[in-house]
Design a protein around this ligand. Sequence first.
Ligand code: HAM
Length: 429
Amino acid sequence: MELITKAPKGTRDIIPGESEKWALVEDVMAGEAELNGFSEIRTPVFEHTELFERSVGDTTDVVEKQMYTFTDKGGRSITLRPEGTAGAVRAMLENGMYNNGFPIKMYYKTSCYRYEKPQAGRMRELHQFGVEMFGAAEPAADAQVILLGKSIFERLGLGDDVQVAINSIGCPTCRAEYHKALKTYFTAHREELCETCNSRLERNPMRILDCKSPVCGEIAKAAPKILDYLCDDCRAHFEKVQSLLTAVGVEFTVDPGIVRGLDYYTRTVFEFISTRFGYALGGGGRYDGLVEEIGGKPTPALGFGLGFDRIMLALEEFGAEFPDDGKCELYIAAMGETAQVKAFQLVNALHRCGVAADCDLCARGLKAQMKYADKIRAPYTIVLGDNELESGRAELKNMKTGEKKKISIGEDFIDAYLAETTAQEDLSF
Ligand code: HAM
């Protein structure tokens, strides 16, 4: 088979069989977020480019190298969202959500787009589950959000694999001193740094800490650490976050190497690292300056994004078991045209009562219809032919036990079917 084209590099289809698993995992995440008072937000897949340039930061890899940006027919610069936070902040402000009091808590399940080199766990169309909280400046909010992420991994059975690593990258006040120290340090290594890092040296030396080049990475190892430059307020905030995490039994490590790849962060940053894969299954932090940057009043905020594609890979790796129930409850096979019409009517009457039922749509013979019923694992079947039509009764077969029971296929069919199948279910308890 030669297709005219395939799915673009770095994208993939989530097909039936897999999509049910994705939906279950999404439900676990959303359920846990809702327990914590978060509600779902849906924002556009594309935004005006400047939203990401201003929030994610124009010296980040995401903005410098990875954005899917194009000019639309109206001449506007548009970008497919590379991440979910900027759009959530814009939407919160544009819809005046702050008028309803703080904290505002929202979650999202979205696809994001980054022009990266695809490999296992790195996609160009990636899927994230994210949460954002606005208006909560207290360290308790940081601990709550980290705990929410950790409990999602526990609910998914990945609790043992996922390590929580945290850091504080301070506020603009302490960061000014830190930038000076970094600049001095990296200037001494200017010759060895890559071209991008040389350009970052003046504008945003902290981004050098995040460079993927092995040479820059090696130099960055001995660079000054932000934790030595925190102001008193940031230090006290970070210590409180740690003591709260300890109080709720969350194990964590403090890793001064975590600086995150996006510019909007302040104070607490964290990552959920998979020990098996060695990469982050999620990450986030506080971004107290972003709401103002986007045009709102100064508002503390924080959140995280979990990498759905990576989490699904991890679940597969750890052999997570997903329920494998068929979707069809009753398959009605039919022989002959009149019986087929009857089957069609009964199936649609069942659908109206919320019963998942199916009948032949492919002009199959009886044997092939029963084979199909078996394939879709229908727990009940009925076969309709001339005899059944004449007598107004047909055999309902329990495919597990082989037990058969004659029921009406007339006006009272639904009642008869429900009475029989509910009774069977009761028996199985
Ligand atoms: P991020 O660290 O860029 O943060 O992405 C969050 C997670 O998405 C990563 O930890 C990773 O699991 C996954 N991810 C990132 N890029 C890819 C990719 N190319 N392929 C597969 N998975 C990927 C953010 O996006 C922030 N908006 C998170 C946040 C929300 N911070 C505060 N609120």
